[in-house]
Design a protein around this ligand. Structure first.
Ligand SMILES: Cc1cc2nc3c(=O)[nH]c(=O)nc-3n(C[C@H](O)[C@H](O)[C@H](O)COP(=O)(O)OP(=O)(O)OC[C@H]3O[C@@H](n4cnc5c(N)ncnc54)[C@H](O)[C@@H]3O)c2cc1C
Length: 703
């Protein structure tokens, strides 16, 4: 037997990733606290978020821990419920905007908690706000949200087993009964069963239900109704059947359910009637502004785009810190007796640094999107209240722009986040696959963001269609486009013109932005021709999604350029210029090189140089400050909740400690029955059989 006596473990220095981290920080060319303020948008917001981080870290119920990675479905649900109760205490104490910030931060660490509250306070309430009259909003939602959260829990019942993306196709019916002045809500067949409804399985008392309005036999299309699901003792209302839809890929803390209605009666007043109205005698009025009701769905999309920043900041921090502390093989220029740190391999830089750059650019863009959303909603509400037609018209234009912006950013950024989590995980090798690094749960929780609140491809097609129409309006009718799509007004200029990007000198943010805008117009122009030839929008679905992705990048690059104009500190400007260069070289000019070259915006020779020369240099430049750039996110270790991503970089120690704490090291026998002898017998029996068979066939062959 080999003897493992007296190893030199106690005397060998062993790996010291913490020291390497110290060396990186010594190279910092800017103060991460200054950078943090730029990333968060304003000093006030930055300050508030640090306060909230501290409060969350200290909170015995809300603070994440490694145990979170080991919970069963039941335990997950229980933990989410106790965290909701805790959040309810906060909503009573703090101003509402601060509460939303707290929720937004928590969502990056406990997405189940985030979405369970957001379905109630976001989707349900926003549906009532967007579709209900002032009186209805007051009735269902007002006084104080804290009170609301305790007495009534809402869910959002749009999707059915048979229809999700095409909400106009839902088949639940709401038939007006003039005799009793009620609506009868009914599920006509299995395909019309409400499905996926977050909070329905156990928590919700009410639901905002999307159903077809039927009056005097006429189908008026899909409208919204508040339908009570459970009574004050939390028993199901008569005619309501509800069940849990069971295990999912992630978000196990959310009780998604199915609902069937068997002729459930609700008063006429429970139909949300801001736009479409049904009178006592069954007269239906459909005002022209009904399209505005969709603005209530935009908040969720805006929030999801913003989530990219927090989730990517979290995991690029982990992967970068790991890459600094991890040595593997001896690369070029390695010192004698030393292996090379992963972060110094050009390939590793090329995998991680573009994600870091994207995180920065997306942080500023999504902060702008949040502010744009707030101002458009406010502007619209005021215009509608004052019944000011001119103002309403302007609001409509801004709402359309917001629709395109939120759809493009939500879809493109949730996709990019999914890819970024995967790449960051792989960059951490085997340890990235350990639950304690945090990647696994977060990935499973994250990917649904690409599907709900508008499937990404469906949203992309929709945004792309609007972009095509805008370009057509400018080119054919000389129309002026307002809002954030203003640049399309120059469509004529973008269509004519030469190659925009020809030499390295053209690779600056402003010229690249111009090139990107030209590409958008040219893609839209060609797509319109193709659609006209085939008379089919479906035939240009690919181009529509492409346009939506390009539009997202246009929004991001423009926002970054604007933000840089207002930064006073040269040391920040210096590194941010490198960050934005890496962003556009990789995420734009390399990822869309085929389009840039094919649509004659980028010279093929320059495109090749970008891939073979410039990106490598740019990655190295960002790598030099990578640790300080990730420190600038200011994420506390407790919230990072990764055994390999702590600030001190000593992840060998931390990881081993977590593994030992989470698993009983005194328990060496498997806690389940394991009949080793029977297994071995069977295996060798099978193996014998296989050998006998092959011997037989060899014998046959040789005859
Ligand atoms: C965990 C979870 C929670 C949810 N919570 C809720 C909730 O609380 N309330 C609620 O109402 N809903 C909820 N949903 C439903 C969700 O919003 C829908 O699943 C989503 O809108 C997608 O619809 P679908 O499932 O019908 O997909 P489908 O529309 O069937 O899409 C399937 C695929 O077809 C593609 N596709 C669709 N149309 C086209 C087209 N015209 N051209 C080309 N490709 C197309 C899509 O891109 C997609 O890849 C939830 C879903 C999940 C997974």
């Amino acid at each position: 037997m080999t003897s493992f006596t007296k190893t030199s473990v106690s005397t060998s220095p062993g790996p010291d990733p913490g020291a390497l981290m110290g060396l990186e920080r010594a190279k910092a060319c800017f103060d991460p606290r200054d950078m943090y303020q730029i990333i968060e948008g304003t000093p006030e917001k930055a300050h508030k978020i640090l306060d909230l981080y501290q409060s969350l870290e200290r909170d015995p119920i809300l603070a994440p821990s490694f145990k979170d990675y080991e919970l069963s479905r039941g335990e997950n649900r229980e933990q989410t419920t106790s965290r909701i109760a805790r959040m309810t205490q906060y909503v009573e104490q703090e101003p509402y905007p601060d509460f939303w910030r707290r929720l937004n931060l928590m969502t990056a660490y406990d997405p189940s908690l985030g979405i369970r509250i957001a379905v109630n306070l976001g989707l349900f309430i926003n549906c009532i706000k967007g579709n209900g009259t002032d009186a209805q909003y007051k009735y269902w939602c007002l006084e104080k949200e804290a009170k609301y959260m305790k007495q009534l829990w809402g869910c959002f019942g749009m999707t059915e087993l048979g229809h999700g993306s095409n909400a106009a196709g839902v088949e639940t019916t709401a038939t007006f009964d003039a005799e009793t002045d009620e609506f009868v809500i009914n599920t006509p067949h299995i395909g019309a069963t409400k499905w996926w409804i977050g909070g329905a399985a156990h928590s919700a008392t009410h639901s905002s239900i999307y159903a077809r309005l039927i009056v005097k036999g006429k189908d008026w299309g899909v409208k919204t109704f508040v339908v009570p699901l459970r009574d004050s003792n939390h028993q199901l209302m008569p005619g309501v059947a509800i069940g849990d839809i069971g295990s999912k890929m992630g978000r196990e803390g959310v009780d998604n359910g199915w609902i069937q209605f068997s002729s459930v009666r609700i008063p006429r007043a429970f139909m949300l009637q801001k736009y479409c109205k049904v009178d006592r005698d069954g007269t239906v009025t459909l005002p022209p502004l009904e399209q505005l009701s969709y603005i209530s769905l935009l908040q969720g999309r805006v929030g999801m785009a913003s989530d990219l920043y927090r989730i990517c900041a979290r995991f690029i921090t982990v992967a970068t810190r790991y890459a600094v502390g991890r040595r593997q093989f001896r690369g070029d220029g390695a010192k004698k007796g030393e292996e090379t740190q992963l972060i110094n391999y050009p390939l590793h830089q090329r995998r991680l640094m573009p994600i870091l750059a994207l995180t920065y650019v997306a942080a500023l863009a999504t902060d702008r999107l949040e502010r744009q959303h707030e101002s458009v909603v406010e502007e619209l509400e005021t215009a509608v209240k004052l019944n000011d037609e001119k103002a309403i018209h302007k609001s409509l234009g801004d709402t359309k722009s917001l629709f395109v912006d939120s759809a493009s950013l939500k879809s493109t950024l949730t996709w990019l986040a999914e890819q970024s989590i995967t790449e960051s995980r792989q960059a951490c090798g085997g340890l990235g696959y350990s639950a304690y690094s945090g990647f696994g749960k977060s990935y499973a929780d994250w990917v649904v963001q690409c599907t709900w609140e508008g499937d990404n491809n469906v949203l992309g097609m929709s945004a792309g269609r609007t972009i095509m129409k805008n370009v057509e309006d400018v080119l054919n009718k000389n129309a002026k486009i307002s809002g954030t799509s203003l640049f399309l007004s120059k469509a004529h200029e973008y269509l004519g013109g030469e190659l925009v990007l020809q030499t390295e000198a053209d690779l600056n943010p402003t010229t690249v932005l111009w090139a990107l805008e030209a590409l958008i117009v040219r893609v839209a122009f060609e797509a319109s021709k193709k659609r006209d030839e085939s008379s089919s929008w479906d035939n240009v679905s690919y181009e529509r999604v492409l346009l939506s992705k390009l539009r997202c990048h246009q929004y991001m690059l423009l926002t970054f350029i604007d933000a840089m104009a207002n930064i006073g500190k040269p040391e920040l400007l210096y590194i941010l210029a490198r960050v934005v260069r890496l962003y556009f070289l990789t995420h734009l000019l390399e990822n869309f090189s085929r389009e840039f070259v094919n649509y004659q915006v980028l010279c093929p020779k320059l495109s090749l140089q970008i891939s073979t020369q410039f990106i490598g240099v740019s990655c190295l430049q960002v790598r030099e400050q990578a640790i300080t750039l990730t420190d600038s996110f200011q994420i506390p270790d407790t919230l990072l909740n990764s055994a390999i991503g702590g600030y001190d970089g000593n992840w060998y120690e931390t990881y081993f400690k977590v593994v030992k704490t989470q698993n009983d090291i005194t328990e060496t026998k498997a806690p389940y029955s394991l009949d080793l002898e029977a297994m071995l017998n069977r295996l060798s029996y099978n193996e014998r059989g296989r050998l006998e068979k092959s011997a037989e066939s060899i014998e046959k062959l040789s005859h």
